[in-house]
Design a protein around this ligand. Structure first.
Ligand code: GLU
Length: 391
């Protein structure tokens, strides 16, 4: 799941946007980015980077963004294209006058991209998202709402979109099908976001957009429409719970919420790794010959990750018939495990910084084993120490 935040109003946009983005960190992400429309000369300026929001903040601190009261930002969880800077959102069109952030998957992006390339559009990323920016460019004739509306008719898949155009400087247009998007209604300021906590410091008046609805935000107005252009008069909810309670989405504990999220997370992880009926493990970094050479597998991990490893053992042994040992990393590093070049180590650590797991991996590699990490944090120590990574 990624995060989107958009702001239009009277305050400095950058701190509002970055603070909102941080409130969405719980959703998981691999890169982040921001686009603002400068107050002085109405230019669109983008900063983006793989890794943590802190990295984006550093980038902005080193190269300050001009004053602005309008912007959109994004945390990406890559589905198409590696977590790199060019693939991070926001994405520009050719003229760099339109920027888009997107959560979801545009399933027909390949055919759209081909058509757009034939018309002369130049793509700079590997994402499915970039087609949206170019489509809006194709349809833009001075009315952003209409251009987005026309672009959407061409899209198949799931999306929450936030779009800003240099030539429509007083507005943000957003739309959703299948991916979450809410609108925050403020006093002389308005917001979009993937989830309520992102904007709860500024407003408690929330519109939950339905699938098939789009919105035009100005600083003073929120207008909701269907994709066919029919005006909708949505209910404005007054959210009374604390940020903490909202983040727990009605569950008494984060742990319980995360347990209930497992089917959805699993589905997403599988979805992004199945292409044309084939399982594609992009980050594995092992050739078929290297894989066939594997005679023994160790899963090393600590705590909860260790227990996940035990489930992994049953699955791997059943599917590939290779013996799997699951080892607590703390024991493994002090034992004398029999490891050679035909051994594969699967190291599991959510943070990628678990000291015992890191030590076990170093030890195994020094004996010639290949290491694949299963990890959530891009650029963490474990990912740097491993041959392959599955985020
Ligand atoms: N499919 C888009 C991408 O890979 C958006 C992913 C997301 O929802 O963060 O860039």
């Amino acid at each position: 799941m990624c995060g989107i935040v958009g702001y239009i109003g009277r305050k400095a946009a950058v701190p509002v946007l970055l603070e909102g983005l941080k409130r969405l960190e719980y959703r998981g992400y691999d890169s982040s980015g921001i686009a603002i429309l400068t107050s002085a000369d109405g230019e669109l300026v983008v900063r983006k980077s793989p890794g943590k929001i802190a990295t984006l903040e550093k980038l902005i601190a080193e190269n300050q963004l001009p004053e602005s009261t309008l912007g959109i930002c994004h945390t990406r969880w890559a589905t198409h294209g590696a977590p790199t800077s060019p693939n991070a959102h926001p994405h520009f069109d050719c003229s760099r006058k339109i920027v888009v952030v997107h959560n979801g998957i545009i399933e027909n992006y390949e055919s759209l991209k081909k058509d757009l390339e034939k018309k002369g559009h130049k793509f700079v990323s590997e994402t499915d998202t970039e087609v949206v920016a170019h489509l809006v460019e194709e349809f833009y004739k001075g009315n952003l709402l209409q251009a987005v509306q026309k672009a959407i008719q061409k899209l198949a898949g799931a999306f929450a979109l936030g779009v800003v155009a240099k030539d429509s400087p007083g507005e943000i247009v957003a739309a959703r099908v299948g991916s979450p998007l809410i609108v925050g209604v403020g006093e002389k300021e308005n917001f979009i976001a993937s989830d309520v906590p992102a904007i709860l410091d500024s407003t408690r008046k929330i519109i939950y957009l339905n699938d098939g609805e789009m919105v035009r935000l100005t600083k003073d107005q929120v207008e909701v429409f269907t994709f066919k252009g029919k005006k909708v008069f949505p209910k404005i909810h007054n959210v009374t719970f604390s940020i903490d309670a909202v983040q727990k989405q009605g569950f008494p504990h984060f742990m319980l919420k995360e347990i209930h999220e497992q089917p959805h997370v699993l589905e997403q992880m599988c979805q992004k790794r199945i292409k044309n009926g084939q399982v594609i493990l992009d980050g594995l970094n092992l050739s078929m010959t290297q894989l066939k050479n594997v005679k023994r597998i160790f899963i090393v991990a600590c705590g909860t990750a260790y227990h996940a490893g035990i489930v992994g053992k049953y699955i791997i042994e059943k599917l590939v018939g290779i013996a799997v040992n699951v080892e607590a990393a703390s024991e493994f590093r002090y034992g004398s495990p029999v490891i050679d070049r035909k051994t594969l180590i699967i190291a599991i650590s959510q943070s990628g910084e678990t000291a015992d797991t890191l030590a076990a991996v170093k030890e195994a590699r020094s004996k010639g084993a290949k290491v694949v990490a299963i990890c959530n944090v891009v650029g963490s120590s474990l990912t740097r120490e491993s041959d392959g990574i599955l985020y």
